[in-house]
Design a protein around this ligand. Structure first.
Ligand code: DAH
Length: 339
């Protein structure tokens, strides 16, 4: 029996493996509950007395060599992992990085910000949960003013003065309350209206508001600014301003850009006219300046507001506004090559 154990010892000494499972089976074979060590150990009682000492030593030696072997092999495995684990096989071809993409709303928003920042406009923001004063009253839309109906509003039921802003014009008010002219700012953000969701309208969308207040600002300045903008964004410089009405501007206008009638899509988009409406604008009503603490005798200015979603649909030929908020990767991944 002693010879048998000695053979095992020499076998253990020869054993080597770099496989985690093989090392574990090896350990179990010797040191497991039903392993050889326990097997020999339980034979101890049958060993003649004069051999007990030698037998005991040799069984313990078996245990010691197995333990040492297992520890060494496991350590080698760990070392190997450390040496190669960090970089892996350096000759292996790299795995392609899956690039994300910006959302089309962000792409178009950034383009617009970029254009206006080149002519000195900064970016300002305001809260989406707004109060009546900033969204309506200060903008010359007092309570019960019929023009409030132009924008179906989500009110907060328990706080009648609080609402989800219906336009980014609210940020004009906040900006004028906190800054002195000259003011040149654009305010991008999300707005909400209680409208039925369809391919063409949604209950939330995005706008960019523009505001320019200084001494002697004229309607001609407004026209020039807008023409610069449409040329930069669409590559189209022909615009027309149609008289319109907004309570916060006087006079007010709607801006159309001449898109052209080259393709079938152009006919569809412009309803056969070649013209596309892209924003509202006007000279800031003196009442609004006064409401915001700016001397209307000293300063004048213009404002404009446009829908980012609408412009994104136009620029990227997207047929349904709902695609912009559905987070469908098949749609979003198409913008990988954009800015
Ligand atoms: N706030 C308007 C809207 O939501 C858009 C607008 C029109 C903004 C004229 C303006 C403006 O600043 O001058 O429809």
């Amino acid at each position: 029996m002693i010879n048998q154990i000695k053979e095992h010892i020499s076998e253990v000494e020869k054993f080597t493996s770099s496989d985690k499972d093989a090392i574990e089976s090896f350990r179990i074979k010797y040191l497991g509950k039903k392993g050889l060590f326990n097997h020999f150990f339980s034979d101890f009682k049958n060993v003649p007395n004069d051999q007990k000492k030698e037998f005991g030593q040799i069984v313990n030696q078996l245990k010691a060599v197995v333990t040492e072997k297992v520890t060494t092999l496991k350590q080698a495995l760990e070392d190997e992992k450390l040496a190669h684990g960090v970089y892996g096989d350096l000759t292996r071809p790299g795995e392609p990085l899956n690039l994300g993409s910006r959302h089309p709303i962000s792409i178009v928003k950034n383009q617009i910000i970029d254009i206006f920042s080149r002519i000195g406009f900064n970016v300002s923001e305001g809260p989406e949960i707004e109060d009546d004063w900033h969204n309506f009253t200060a903008l010359n839309l007092p309570e019960y003013h019929p023009a409030r109906d132009m924008q179906d509003t989500f009110f907060i039921q328990t706080a009648p003065d609080i609402l989800l802003r219906t336009h980014t014009s609210s940020v004009q008010v906040r900006y004028m309350e906190n800054n002195k002219p000259p003011i040149r700012t654009i305010s991008p953000g999300r707005v909400y209206r209680n409208e039925a969701i369809s391919a063409r309208s949604h209950c939330f969308f995005h706008q960019i508001e523009g505001l320019y207040i200084d001494k002697d600002v004229s309607f001609a300045d407004l026209k020039q600014t807008l023409q610069f903008f449409t040329t930069e964004l669409f590559g189209k410089s022909e615009i027309r301003l149609r008289p319109s009405y907004f309570p916060f501007t006087e006079p007010s206008a709607e801006v159309d850009v001449y898109w052209g009638l080259e393709t079938e899509a152009d006919y569809r988009m412009t309803k056969g006219t070649g013209w596309l409406e892209i924003m509202g604008c006007g000279m800031v009503d003196p009442n609004v300046l006064t409401n915001c603490g700016i001397d209307a005798n000293e300063f004048s200015g213009f404002a404009f507001g446009m829908g980012i979603d609408r412009i994104a649909l136009l620029l990227h030929q997207i047929s349904d506004i709902r695609l912009l908020s559905e987070n469908d990767l098949r749609f979003l991944e198409q913008f990988k090559s954009a800015l």
